[in-house]
Design a protein around this ligand. Structure first.
Ligand SMILES: [Mn+2]
Length: 357
């Protein structure tokens, strides 16, 4: 991103927050079950707190149309008149909806790659993948708040999003974390902020159906609770890795593993990342029965040699009610159960064509 992008984005953030007053009813909508969504929401609430504004709504939402419509509904109901949307890529969903949300007074900060043909309003801050949303709020909002209470959260959030793939961010993290080196940056168990990242993610996954609880625990820096929940989730995490290795199907032509897991917590995305980081020569896919007519899935190709965001978007083409999106190296999707066979075939074809190396 060019320097002017950050200068302009800083102005947008400042003018949004400076225009708020205590009578405003603010709604924060952030990506659910994701450390970046969580931490950026905490940063924003801290900026608001220092302006004596308590948000009317804090909502963590997944990437589905129905959920995103809640943003619009909350505005229509008059409950809120200012909207902050964090770490959510709307463009794969519905451009009409985005246009309607744009009419409301809002701040929108994200770093997911956009569909090429999508026309973003200049009100939206849309950065590159390595600039995670937490970092964007932390950096662009730096003159708006005293960061001392939340400063401990920036490193784990950036590590979670692989922000260190960008040289400046790696240098930033290395400067702040003496135990980080070029060799261990991908092995999160080997340095403190990486271990903290795992623990915070565990907590978020533990409270997958009650994200606000996780939000409060992290905001209050309740380390005891974080430790306890991490212990429970990490046992399940290890069990899932084992089960996947036993049961996943491997397609040699496409260099992909595809497996179904039903974990107790929402850890499929983290399990998929771990498998992929440990084996960069293959692509990993994990599906989960979402309890209705859908499978939810994660796809990873750790070094991003294959653009799984694009591959996944291609693989769902023509499949009813499907959604896909994310980053080059890490994406998510949702398909109808009856489309599993077609989806797998499309995916294999896409992956085989994209090669590897
Ligand atoms: Mn993010």
């Amino acid at each position: 991103m060019e320097e002017s992008f950050y200068v302009k984005s800083k102005e947008k953030i400042e003018s949004f927050f400076n225009s708020l007053n205590k009578d405003d009813k603010v709604g924060i909508f952030a990506h659910s079950n994701c450390l970046d969504g969580m931490v950026s929401a905490i940063f924003v609430s801290e900026i608001l707190r220092q302006k004596n504004i308590i948000p009317e709504i804090i909502n963590f939402i997944p990437y589905t149309m129905e959920e995103i419509r809640r943003i619009e509904k909350a505005a229509e109901s008059g409950r809120i008149n200012k909207i902050i949307v964090l770490d959510i890529n709307l463009d794969s969903l519905d451009s009409d909806l985005v246009k309607r949300i744009e009419k409301i007074n809002f701040l929108f900060v994200d770093h997911h790659p956009s569909a090429e043909d999508f026309n973003w309003s200049d009100k939206i801050i849309k950065a590159e993948s390595a600039d995670c949303t937490s970092w964007l709020i932390y950096y662009l909002g730096r003159d708006l708040f005293d960061k001392k209470d939340i400063d401990w959260l920036i490193d784990p959030a950036m590590i979670h999003e692989f922000a260190f793939n960008k040289k400046e961010h790696f240098d930033f993290l290395k400067e702040r974390n003496k135990d980080i080196t070029e060799d261990n940056i991908n092995k999160v168990g080997e340095f403190e902020s990486g271990v903290l990242m795992i623990k915070l993610s565990s907590l978020i996954n533990y409270y997958k159906d009650n994200q606000i609880k996780a939000y409060e625990i992290i905001k209050n820096k309740n380390l005891k609770e974080i430790e306890e929940k991490n212990k429970i989730v990490s046992e399940e995490f290890d069990r899932c890795i084992e089960e996947y290795k036993k049961n996943a199907e491997y397609y040699r032509d496409a260099k992909v593993y595809i497996g179904i897991l039903e974990p107790r917590f929402d850890i499929n995305s983290a399990v998929c990342t771990k498998l992929s980081v440990d084996d960069v020569d293959n692509t990993y896919v994990i599906l989960r029965d979402s309890g209705d007519e859908f499978f939810k899935g994660s796809i990873r190709d750790h070094l991003g040699k294959r653009d799984v965001n694009k591959i996944c978007k291609n693989a769902i083409k023509g499949l009813k009610d499907s959604v896909a999106g994310g980053h080059n190296a890490a994406a998510g999707f949702r398909i109808r159960k009856e489309d599993l066979k077609d989806f797998k075939e499309n995916l294999r074809k896409e992956l085989t064509e994209s090669g590897k190396d």
